[in-house]
Design a protein around this ligand. Structure first.
Ligand SMILES: [Zn+2]
Ligand SMILES: [Zn+2]
Ligand SMILES: [Zn+2]
Length: 259
């Protein structure tokens, strides 16, 4: 059997839509001096096979790109159209021509907020941003570069909104889930590294709580699971992280995982 390709994942941001610290909040998490309790909006960068793949592009993207010297992206995978996942897309323009993958509904939202990037409205001289439709269960292939890379979009439910997660080889990334269909649980079997959202300790209608995510992670059984997309109600990083079962961790901003 061939060795699986080397992958490096960087957590660019690990917070929910409002960020941590929450503006004006005096709680111990928002007042913490631990840098792991300072979280930008949720996004990640996967590097594999000489490619850089950005997963979501929230309103903190420009700062994240500066921090990590991101000067191009071979693909941008969008999970859904909520502002905390697409609010930085205008800032991909300096990266040059870019391919964005998302569901048709989400592509429509991108066209509406950035009409100057597309079709007859395209601002002269601006980079070409190409939109590609992703459908759950239908493998996407990035054919440029040294070898093709397969990406499998997965159906995820965000309360009543159908959104996407992605599996790439032994890695899968799911955020903003409040439930996962059976076929998605099946499609996650065999992943070595799972990223899964876990909003906070209390239950929430549109996002898994940490306890719910731990149960899903046990079912999937990845070697390592990292949780992401937190509110300040996740508790102090150091304390909550230490309470997790073996092989499970809270992600934090700028954490890199190689596998
Ligand atoms: Zn979100
Ligand atoms: Zn707080
Ligand atoms: Zn959302």
């Amino acid at each position: 059997m061939e060795n699986p390709p080397f992958m490096k994942l960087t957590f660019l941001g690990t917070s929910t839509s409002v960020g941590v610290p929450l503006l004006g909040c005096g709680c111990e998490v928002c007042q913490s001096k631990d840098p792991r309790d300072f979280r930008l909006r949720c996004s990640a960068l996967l590097e594999t096979d000489g490619r850089k793949i950005l997963i979501d592009c929230g309103p903190d993207f420009r700062m994240q790109a500066l921090r990590h010297s991101i000067t191009h992206a071979d693909a941008v995978l969008l999970t859904h159209e909520h502002y905390d996942h697409v609010g930085g897309l205008d800032d991909v323009r300096p990266l040059g021509n870019t391919d964005i993958f998302a569901e048709e509904r989400v592509l429509g939202a991108v066209r509406r907020v950035m009409p100057y990037c597309f079709g007859e409205n395209r601002y002269p001289g601006s980079p070409v941003i190409t939109l590609h439709e992703a459908r759950p269960g239908e493998t996407l292939s990035l054919s440029d570069g040294e070898s093709p890379l397969s990406i499998l979009p997965l159906r995820v439910m965000h309360n009543k909104l159908p959104i996407l997660g992605y599996r790439i080889g032994d890695f899968a990334y799911i955020t903003d889930a409040s439930s996962l269909p059976e076929e998605t649980i099946d499609a996650l079997k065999g992943v070595r590294l799972l990223v899964l959202n876990a909003l906070q300790l209390p239950a929430h209608p549109a996002h898994f709580s940490l306890g719910e995510s731990v149960e899903i992670a046990k079912t999937v059984g990845a070697e390592q699971t990292f949780f992401t997309h937190f509110s300040h109600k996740i508790g102090l990083h150091a304390l909550t992280d230490a309470s997790l079962p073996e092989g499970m961790h809270l992600a934090y901003d700028n954490l890199t995982v190689e596998f």
